[in-house]
Write a protein that binds this ligand. Structure first.
Ligand code: SF4
Length: 447
């Protein structure tokens, strides 16, 4: 049962020492009750209080991390049902299913292609997160060999898929020092699976067709000593899958129902008849609460929209994606190349930078710290003004790079020309186009 802020407050030292970053113990208690801080932020809680607070302060969805030797993918620690309430923290890991009966060449081609796939998106490289190696051969040696082959081709975290603990053991033997996801435990095999997960320190997926079944299994497996669990609700179709995922997240967040307080695993290809249908099922899973998604098909044209959708949903709406302020060189500019100015909102930066790059004209692009806002928004909010532009020109030593002291402002803030002129004595201020798409034509004339 979750404790209220006042109940938590009574268990804190009540010294208001501020070491947790909050002005009072009560303020910290309120944040703890809202699951917005960790209990460990207060160094003065007694062991007795810690024990009482542990259950209350645990996140409603447990954080589960899959690890290879060099990479990891995590899901959990979510605290809201809807992104507009706060934010979603951990974007779901996307894994590609690799069956152990593939020929060596087919396995190599699939894993190498999926592993190397990366698409640039507003300054980030979007990639898949790992592979789910499935034992369809029924042969432990073949499964171990497939896991070994995948590991030799990719350093990404793995899930191992089989209902047979002995077969999974053969895969685990190839992953010393790693923390894969075992898929998984059900009503018939959970004891053997729990023992394997416990001895190997792996995370364990728990499968059932009903939420009651899932909750019963997680309680039993937790009692057997395995806490890092993932839920795999087996659903007949997308409608049932949506209902299952929503109920699981709602019970975890709103009712603090610990037995279902784990990330959800979705095999998007199950029950679908084509890669396109699988992509639609994966889209639903991204939008509604999946923590790990396994795709049967790796097709760049279908993976790309999934990764972009995931990125957009799991971007904090209160924190715009930003690029580093500074002086950027595009197309190897020379001292007499034009100097354009813009803000550090990622989409603005990339719109401008891509147009300049596409024009083939060399140019300097001065990116001003506007707290991640676009040009007009920042100007209206007082975050993109003459002082900030002048500060950037001076702070990034622009005068040392350019021969002609001439700044080209975005057309939308032509109104700033006079103020920038005053803030930058000796500089010529020009007004560029309002839209990035008009920059190439402008640069041709400007040169
Ligand atoms: Fe209170 Fe602990 Fe925060 Fe100090 S660190 S103000 S004792 S909650």
């Amino acid at each position: 049962m979750a404790l209220s802020g006042i109940q938590i407050y009574k268990l804190l030292p009540q010294t208001n020492c501020k070491e947790c970053g909050f002005p009072t113990c009560l303020a910290f208690a309120m944040k703890l009750a809202a699951k917005q801080v960790e209990l460990s932020s207060c160094p003065h809680v007694t062991e007795a209080s810690k024990a009482q607070l542990a259950e209350s302060s645990a996140p409603p969805v447990r954080l589960i991390t899959l690890k290879s030797k060099t990479q990891e993918v995590a899901s959990g620690n979510e605290v809201v049902l809807f992104r507009h309430e706060k934010t979603f923290y951990r974007r779901p890991g996307v894994l590609i299913r690799v069956k152990d009966n593939l020929s060596a060449d087919a396995l190599k081609a699939l894993v190498a292609q999926a592993d190397a796939y990366a698409v640039g998106y507003v300054g980030m490289d979007l990639t898949i997160d790992g592979f789910a190696v499935e034992a369809v051969s029924g042969n432990a040696a073949a499964f171990g060999a497939a896991v070994k082959a995948v590991r030799s081709l990719s350093a990404r975290p793995l899930a191992l898929v089989s209902g047979d603990a002995a077969i999974l053991s053969a895969g685990l033997a190839e992953l010393a020092g790693e923390r894969p996801l075992l898929c998984g435990a059900d009503e018939n095999n959970w004891e053997a699976m729990a023992a394997l997960a416990k001895s190997s320190q792996a995370a364990l997926a728990v499968r059932s067709a009903s939420l009651e079944g899932l909750a019963g299994l997680t309680e039993k497996i937790k009692a057997a000593g395995v806490e890092d669990l993932v839920l795999e609700p087996v659903s007949a179709g997308m409608s049932a899958g949506l209902a299952h995922n929503t109920l699981i997240r709602r019970l975890a967040i709103k009712k603090n129902f610990r037995a279902l307080g784990y990330p959800i695993l979705c095999f998007a290809g199950i029950g679908t008849n084509s890669p396109l249908e699988e992509s639609v099922a994966a889209t639903q899973a991204i939008a509604k609460y999946a923590g790990f998604i396994v795709l049967d098909n790796f097709l760049p044209e279908l993976v790309y929209p999934l990764l972009v959708l995931r990125q957009n949903i799991y971007t904090d709406p209160q924190k715009p994606i930003q690029v580093q302020p500074g002086l950027y060189e595009i197309n190897s500019p020379k001292p007499d190349s034009p100097l354009l100015v813009t803000t550090n909102f990622s989409i603005t930066y990339f719109s401008v930078a891509n147009e300049v790059e596409g024009s083939g004209q060399p140019a300097w692009l001065l990116v001003v710290d506007a707290e991640g806002m676009s040009v007009l928004t920042a100007w209206a909010a007082g975050k993109f003004d003459a002082d900030r532009i002048a500060k950037a020109v001076k702070g990034f030593n622009v005068a040392e790079k350019v021969a002609q002291k001439r700044v080209i402002l975005p057309g939308h803030v032509a109104v700033l020309s006079g103020e920038v002129e005053e803030a930058l004595p000796g500089w010529e201020i020009r007004v560029g186009p309002r839209e990035a798409v008009d920059i190439p034509a402008f640069l041709k004339k400007a040169l």
